[in-house]
Design a protein around this ligand. Structure first.
Ligand SMILES: [Zn+2]
Length: 334
């Protein structure tokens, strides 16, 4: 098989460590590392010294979060991607929406995966006994393994047959009154990763083959065509995070057999939606809890949200289903 078309699978034998390039598996020195959050992003948003809490509750700075990475992966694969995304970010929402979704998937996916393997490398240390060990959750490891197969498209030329592995939303937010220019949220178990960069909110489910985007189609159509208020963007984000929580199937990815003349891989996908329902049923009570966490900064409680138990409070749509241009926030006179 063509050497440059060989896929690395660190989950096969759990090959994670400080001397293994996260992307290709080559042995690296302790100094050969790349930051999880790209340098230009940390500079642009002043993140270097900002603090972040990991799964094991330890608190670290953004700039200290690094993964082992060989010079080839760094210069040939990551750097060119960063340049493209940086140029797109400069053009705001329009620039990000014009980017190939595959690139946004890879870009968000690399940061997600970086935070994930930081946890996995820590867990290899016998002195660390996390309460919630990712490496001891077989179902989660299967998800991460499937995800990493398609994330290999970062370094191995790869065509996705008729799918895109993720749901990617770029929301246009009126962020003029927001206190910070940057927000970040991730959730390992649901493969969710979101970033707000000024008025662009990027929300990704990294392993759903676009099923969440399909399911939220009608809502997304309305949100996509407008600039929304921060409280509305938060509601939309809660809907995506909740849908990811309800997602009940894990896509699998299979390589097409290579011919000697092939210059790239073709990946097919398989979803077991015959024996499984794709989404578990939506429950207003659990959705309201999730929504309350993102709305807490507006002082909205789960009780406010479920005043009508049949119809959770929405800042996006009126009772009649019309988009709300200027939402009135409960308890605040406007
Ligand atoms: Zn490498």
């Amino acid at each position: 098989m063509q050497q440059h078309l060989t896929i690395f699978d660190p989950f096969d034998g759990m090959r994670f460590g400080n001397h293994i390039c996260f992307l290709c598996g080559t042995t690296v020195t302790a100094e050969e590392q790349t930051t999880i959050f790209p340098t230009w992003l940390m500079q642009e948003y002043g993140l270097n010294q900002e603090l972040l809490r990991l799964l094991d509750q330890s608190v670290v700075t953004y700039e200290s979060l690094k993964v082992p990475c060989c010079p080839t992966c760094q210069t040939q694969f990551l750097q060119p991607l960063e340049e493209q995304v940086q140029a797109a970010v400069r053009q705001g929402v329009a620039g990000l929406r014009a980017l190939d979704e595959k690139l946004l998937f890879q870009w968000m996916g690399k940061m997600f995966y970086g935070t994930l393997i930081t946890e996995l490398i820590k867990e290899q240390n016998p002195l660390v006994q996390p309460e919630y060990a990712v490496s001891e959750q077989p179902k989660m490891l299967m998800k991460f393994q499937a995800f990493f197969r398609v994330l290999q498209s970062l370094r191995v030329p790869m065509e996705f047959a008729d799918f895109i592995p993720a749901s990617v939303f770029v929301v246009d937010v009126d962020a003029a009154a927001e206190p910070s220019r940057f927000e970040f949220r991730d959730e390992l178990s649901t493969m969710m990763f979101s970033l707000r960069l000024d008025n662009a909110l990027i929300i990704c489910c990294l392993l759903d083959n676009g099923m969440i985007k399909d399911a939220l189609g009608p809502v997304w159509q309305v949100v996509e065509s407008r600039q929304v208020q921060p409280i509305q963007a938060a509601e939309f984000s809660a809907r995506v995070f909740y849908a990811a929580y309800l997602l009940n199937v894990i896509p699998d990815y299979l390589l097409r057999p290579l011919k000697p003349t092939d210059d790239h891989l073709v990946m097919d996908t398989l979803i077991d939606d015959v024996t499984n329902v794709i989404f578990n049923p939506w429950q207003h009570s659990s959705y309201a809890k999730l929504l309350a966490t993102v709305w807490s900064k507006w002082g909205i409680t789960p009780e406010d949200i479920l005043r009508n138990p049949q119809e959770p409070l929405s800042m996006l749509f009126s009772h009649e289903g019309e988009f709300i241009e200027f939402p009135a926030i409960p308890g605040q006179s406007s």
